[in-house]
Ligand binder design. Structure first.
Ligand code: SF4
Ligand code: SF4
Length: 377
């Protein structure tokens, strides 16, 4: 039933393809490169352009062609806002969300070994924001770099380990049994440093309640072709954090991704680092902390899943790495070694207690040079 709904939406879109001169991927998000590959591989013979909101960010000159705008944001409120922009600024536009194209591409072109009906249901719930929006799924706390301002405190961590895949997947299943997830982003430490990263990927893609997958890397290691083929077959994208001369494999990863037609981006936020500061209690008032929490970019945007724990914010993971235990941390971590309730999960997803953890971060945060290495310690 869910699958039919998305397939029907795609059939309706096909009639729009016949009426327009070009497709505009609207919103410079991680979704746009995925949809670009999907449009090409579904044989939709229309030029594809990229706009960051109202501004074209490709080299194509302005034109009068009738446009289909695909709203590339996972957030419904943002898509609604984008549609308002478009109807105010373009004559007679067509608009669509990206889910129907994405679903049809994933199920007809890719070979992700999941249940299409469950995946369709997850897509439709994601469309309505009735999902966990984003989880960083961490496979290792080892890294081949030692960045001074690593937000996860990887260089400072004493208890180093690669995660146990079975334990980690059991935790993930406990979450998706309650709610689907819109995006799971794989990361470390450095993802490719763990010898069993392919097992980690293979187990994740069996879960039909996850809509998107992406792999983050620091661009230092070129994985083998079998990795790119796996990404191709499972509709997974790569995000490279560009650390300049440190990211020695960056160009080779981009070239391989292109060869295998794997969506790939240089992750823009990786070039602008905010220093969270040393972990110490600042003693701010509740009102002040709630304001900081509401304004901070990080927070619940990056729930961190590692083996049998999920942290509400990366700051919680950093505290754990440095062996700092506080009541603020305890109210922002959920143990997943046993069944959890909807309310317990919601507390972490919504970050209702996160403001308590914000007392352990600098405010305002200093913007610092990315990936400055700690040497000689
Ligand atoms: S590359 Fe740097 S920031 Fe990323 S996990 Fe490693 S040490 Fe941390
Ligand atoms: S704990 Fe609060 S201030 Fe610190 S990174 Fe998380 S949301 Fe931001």
């Amino acid at each position: 039933m869910f699958k039919e709904r998305l397939e029907k939406s795609f059939e309706e879109l096909k009639s729009i393809f016949n009426k327009v001169g070009e497709i505009v991927l609207y919103g410079n998000s991680v979704i746009a490169p995925v949809i670009k590959v999907a449009v090409e591989e579904l044989g939709i013979e229309l030029p594809v352009r990229l706009y960051d909101r109202l501004k074209p960010i490709d080299d194509v000159p302005e034109n009068d062609l009738k446009k289909l705008f695909i709203l590339c944001s996972a957030k419904k409120t943002v898509r609604d806002d984008m549609a308002c922009d478009i109807f105010k600024n373009f004559p007679d536009p067509e608009t669509s969300d990206f889910y129907a194209i994405y679903f049809v591409w994933l199920t007809k072109t890719c070979k992700r070994p999941c249940d299409p009906e469950k995946l369709a249901e997850a897509c439709l719930l994601a469309m309505e924001e009735k999902t966990v929006p984003n989880i960083d799924s961490i496979n290792t706390v080892y890294c081949n770099l030692r960045c001074r301002d690593c937000s996860n405190s990887v260089p400072q961590r004493k208890n180093k380990f690669h995660v146990n895949v079975k334990k980690h997947i059991d935790s993930l299943t406990r979450i998706t049994d309650i709610m689907p997830i819109t995006e799971v982003n794989f990361q470390g430490g450095e993802f490719f440093v763990a010898p069993n990263y392919m097992d980690f990927l293979r187990e994740h893609v069996k879960n039909s309640r996850i809509v998107f997958f992406s792999v983050s890397t620091n661009g230092t290691i070129l994985p083998p072709d079998s990795f790119f083929l796996f990404l191709k077959e499972n509709g997974i994208m790569i995000r490279i954090s560009d650390y300049g001369p440190l990211s020695v494999a960056r160009e080779k990863i981009i070239a391989k991704a292109k060869l295998y037609s794997v969506p790939c981006i240089l992750y823009p936020r990786a070039s602008l680092w905010h220093r969270l500061g040393p972990i110490k209690k600042h003693g701010r008032s509740e009102i002040e902390l709630k304001k900081i929490c509401g304004e901070c970019f990080f927070g619940t945007r990056d729930l961190m899943l590692i083996e049998d724990k999920i942290f509400c914010c990366m700051r919680g993971l950093a505290m754990e790495a440095e062996g700092i235990d506080t009541p603020a941390l305890q109210s922002n971590v959920l143990m997943l070694d046993k069944n959890i309730s909807y309310d317990e999960l919601q507390k972490i997803v919504k970050g209702s207690q996160l403001w308590k953890l914000c007392d352990y971060c600098d405010h305002p945060m200093e913007v610092v040079e990315p990936a400055v290495q700690i040497n000689g310690e």
